[in-house]
Design a protein around this ligand. Structure first.
Ligand code: BG6
Length: 468
């Protein structure tokens, strides 16, 4: 395997899944603070003590210790997000919260001290709660100006430190999880398609606006979109299944097409026509989308899924936010996610063929139950060969895609340190190279322990992917 020189190896987290300190230093409440059961769970009125995210892994206070460990593994890049409600606690105020800005200044300085490049997601599944409750999130066009004020503030403050930016985490997930992805307070069951696609239009305009402003304020910076990728295979070679798979796939590629090609594709115009959806555009929206496309495409990859014209012929597929039918050829993780390393090669080729943009894998990993064991020398660790195997198999396929001619900028393994899961808000679903002693009942010392995969990944980075 030959990875290109300068390949950005590293790890990824999101603020709401690791920072904790949900109400410290002036932070306002976010949508994550009222979803103790995760993405699919109920929304509470107030934060409740069973919400693991309120403390997270206490990254807010322990980030120096954690970054030191990332540096020991040789990270070149670290992906995290900024919690919008630390900067604008209610989202709609005019002046930012200085203490929130200071926290990220310190965090980025700490990364740069070790030569680790920050890669920052501007909005990762959290919206200031006030914007959700009072405005109904992205359904409301005012969100564009709130987001604009937020991005101008963080670009001005961190532009000298952060070169790589992502506008919205897994932007296509709003189709499936409108509250956590789009801050849309209206219950999913009552949400009209028309309103959902209007909200998506607002997000896409905001993303193009952020790209424009970023390029103006930070020459040389790189701004990318971020897509939840999940190859959708036809369950059989029956053309009906192939077309069903194509249609499902369009719902995802649409978001990349908008960010890269800068206009609504024909298949979406048809979908809007057939579903009686008229997108309300304002003057300048089309030009903004067309003229301010992204520098690169980033994406998460965990699994693939199958699609069939008649879904009842197969078992429903469990998945990362979106469903389909189960692939009979693949094994699944403990959480029912199909394990498909070749799907990563497939998606890299597909995305590059389609968009001809550099690609960045900003999430990939295995959520599993880990057991902390004591070794003969008294140190504690996790013997996570299953994780090493998963990551190795996927990296082999990244190497194959690079051989296929796909320009891959980097790879940040998801949850490089254990954190609270997004879908179920559990800590027992662990992804990290570093174990965090915290349990779902709130017990634990929060101490960090290196897993077996820690040294393995260190070696992968040191050899630039030769020693997998
Ligand atoms: C992605 C999200 O969907 O998948 C992350 O961007 C999330 O926030 C990751 O944590 C893994 O999902 P989960 O549910 O296992 O945490």
């Amino acid at each position: 395997m030959k990875f290109p020189d300068g390949f950005l190896w590293g790890g990824a987290v999101a603020a709401n899944q690791c920072e904790g300190a949900y109400n410290e230093d002036g932070k306002g409440l976010s949508t994550q603070d009222v979803t103790p059961r995760g993405i699919k769970g109920p929304v509470t009125k107030e934060p409740t003590s069973d919400n693991m995210k309120l403390v997270g892994i206490d990254f807010y206070h322990r980030y120096k210790e954690d970054i030191k460990l990332f540096a020991e593994m040789g990270f070149k890049v670290f992906r995290t997000s900024i919690a919008w409600s630390r900067i604008f606690p209610n989202g709609d105020e005019k002046e930012p919260n200085e203490k929130g800005l200071q926290f990220y200044d310190d965090l980025f300085d700490e990364l740069l001290k070790y030569g680790i490049e920050p890669l920052v997601t501007i909005s990762h599944y959290e919206t200031p709660l006030n914007l959700s409750v009072q405005y109904d999130g992205w359904i409301n066009r005012d969100m564009i100006s709130f987001y604009e004020r937020y991005v101008r503030t963080i670009f001005k403050r961190f532009g000298g430190k952060v070169k790589y930016w992502l506008t919205f985490n897994e932007i296509n997930s709003v189709l499936h999880e409108p509250f956590l992805s789009g801050g849309i307070y209206t219950d999913k069951s009552r949400l009209k398609k028309r309103d959902l696609y209007q909200a998506i239009h607002h997000e896409l305009v905001a993303s193009a606006l952020a790209t424009k402003i970023g390029h103006e304020m930070m020459p040389g910076c790189k701004i990318g979109c971020m897509i939840l990728s999940m190859p959708i295979y036809a369950l059989t070679s029956n053309p009906d299944d192939v077309i069903a798979a194509m249609k499902s796939d369009h719902m995802n590629t649409f978001f990349g097409d908008m960010h890269v090609r800068g206009q609504y594709p024909g298949y979406m115009k048809r979908y809007f026509r057939e579903n009686n959806i008229q997108i309300q555009m304002e003057d300048g929206d089309e030009e903004l989308l067309r003229d301010h496309t992204v520098d690169f495409v980033s994406f998460s990859y965990y699994m693939s899924i199958c699609e069939a014209a008649d879904r009842s012929v197969a078992q429903a597929g469990e998945g990362n936010l979106m469903g389909g039918v189960t692939n009979p050829y693949l094994k699944q993780s403990e959480w029912g996610w199909a394990i498909d390393p070749q799907g990563l090669r497939y998606v890299l080729n597909q995305f590059y063929d389609r968009w001809q943009k550099p690609l960045f894998i900003v999430e990939n990993g295995l959520g599993a139950i880990d057991e902390l064991v004591t070794q003969p020398d008294g140190t504690k660790t996790v013997l996570d060969d299953y994780r090493i195997n998963y990551l190795r198999d996927h990296l082999i396929q990244v190497g194959e895609a690079i051989e296929d001619g796909v320009p891959v900028m980097g790879y940040t393994s998801w949850g490089c340190i254990d954190l609270v899961s997004a879908s179920t808000a559990e800590l027992k679903k662990r992804y990290g190279f570093i174990y965090v002693d915290r349990n779902d009942d709130g017990t634990g010392t929060l101490k960090r322990y290196k897993k077996k995969s820690f040294d393995w990944y260190k070696n992968v980075i040191e050899s630039n992917g030769e020693n997998l």
